[in-house]
Ligand binder design. Structure first.
Ligand SMILES: Nc1ncnc2c1ncn2[C@@H]1O[C@H](COP(=O)(O)OP(=O)(O)OP(=O)(O)O)[C@@H](O)[C@H]1O
Ligand SMILES: [Mg+2]
Length: 243
């Protein structure tokens, strides 16, 4: 019973004193962070503040982390990057199935492609996809592994404004259906407040602000209440809106 209760309250990810230095420069300086199971969290910070470094550490991809660092993280973790990283010599479905395990993988791959709106494109080559379609294929590849934790490093950073908004809706819908813990790295304050239920600001190697966005979904950029959150986040990033 006690073990069961502990399972329920145990966060998906726990970082403790996570420190990362490159040569003598400390980029992450003793970060303590819990990500509850199923929470959608965004991570903001200036360019060079260490967002990608933190994401890589959470993914377990960085072997240069000092101290205890990552105390635990789930077994099934998927990572999505700014570029889709599809292998150009493999068809879309084969790309989606890379790293997928278990039975019925082809079926699951087709279902994941359908979920991201790429039904019928299974046999296309990555070079035949638009930027937004390639990112959707990357999301399908992430989903097919049924991740408990989805890490995304500026996944929409290279897309045009309209495609970005469509991708926001898609990502949120996928999250609602599958409920992984999400850590979404972004430069974009509006993207963070429209999508996430918690927004972190990375500053001087620490979490400088940890803000809960307590508003129902779907959210619109123009929603007045979101303005208060936007101002707090911009202030934490050192940006003032009165110019
Ligand atoms: N492998 C590495 N070797 C040396 N320095 C590194 C390495 N990786 C990252 N850094 C340094 O760590 C700092 C943080 O880099 P990181 O890529 O995490 O920033 P970021 O917040 O993701 O920035 P951006 O928003 O531009 O993507 C930078 O100053 C970068 O130069
Ligand atoms: Mg980065």
């Amino acid at each position: 019973m006690a073990a069961h209760a502990q399972q329920l309250t145990r966060p998906a990810v726990r970082l403790h004193g996570l420190t990362r230095s490159f040569r003598s420069r400390t980029v992450l300086d003793g970060i303590d962070l819990d990500l509850p199971a199923g929470q959608f969290t965004a991570l903001l910070g200036h360019s060079g503040s260490g967002k990608s470094t933190l994401l890589r550490a959470v993914a377990g991809l960085d072997h240069g982390v000092e101290g205890a660092g990552r105390l635990w993280a789930p077994e099934r973790v998927s990572v999505v990057f700014q570029d889709s990283r599809l292998l150009p010599w493999r068809r879309v479905l084969d790309n989606v199935l890379l790293g997928a395990e278990g039975g019925d993988t082809a079926e699951r791959g087709r279902a994941a492609l359908a979920e991201v709106g790429l039904e019928g494109r299974e046999r296309a080559w990555p070079g035949e996809l638009s930027g937004g379609e390639a990112q959707r294929a990357a999301l399908a590849r992430a989903l097919v592994r049924e991740p408990q934790l989805l890490l995304a490093d500026e996944p929409f950073g290279a897309l045009d404004a309209l495609t970005r908004i469509r991708m926001h809706t898609l990502l949120r819908e996928l999250w609602e259906r599958h409920r992984p813990s999400v850590l979404l790295v972004t430069h974009d304050v509006d993207e963070a407040i429209v999508l996430a239920d918690r927004v972190l600001v990375l500053e001087n190697g620490r979490i400088g602000l940890d803000l809960t966005i307590d508003r129902p979904h779907p959210r619109s950029y123009r929603e007045p209440k979101l303005g208060e959150y936007r101002e707090r986040l911009l202030a934490a990033l050192g940006v003032t809106e009165d110019h």
